[in-house]
Design a protein. Structure first.
Length: 108
């Protein structure tokens, strides 16, 4: 049975994509994640998460034409699908319910 919820990395990748306009290839997603989190991100892990989410229908992709230069390669551009946005909403609500009432625990 396929996992229904989004993993942490999947959530982060989708959120980064949404900050980038809902469509991007893996390199800008990695940069967005690093800038927003202040942590290094392995490009391979982002690409693997994207392909895994594509199989689950949360993102779609197209391979763009290569640039007209020696060694130019096409880029696989991923787009966030509506079902992924709903999964993000659910994940956010679940986390908010878990955090609810814990402010006194974290007060300094």
């Amino acid at each position: 049975m396929a996992r229904e919820s989004l993993g942490e990395l999947e959530q982060r990748v989708l959120l980064a994509m949404l900050h980038l306009g809902g469509e991007a290839y893996s390199a800008p997603i990695v940069l967005e994640l690093e800038q927003r989190s202040g942590r290094q991100v392995a490009p391979a892990s982002v690409y693997i998460a994207l392909r895994r989410m594509e199989k689950r229908g949360f993102v779609s992709s197209v391979l763009e034409e290569p640039e007209r230069k020696i060694g130019g390669r096409g880029k696989r551009v991923f787009t966030v699908m509506p079902g992924a946005i709903e999964k993000l909403r659910v994940a956010r609500r679940e986390l908010e319910r878990l955090w609810d009432g814990l402010d006194p625990v974290f007060a300094a």
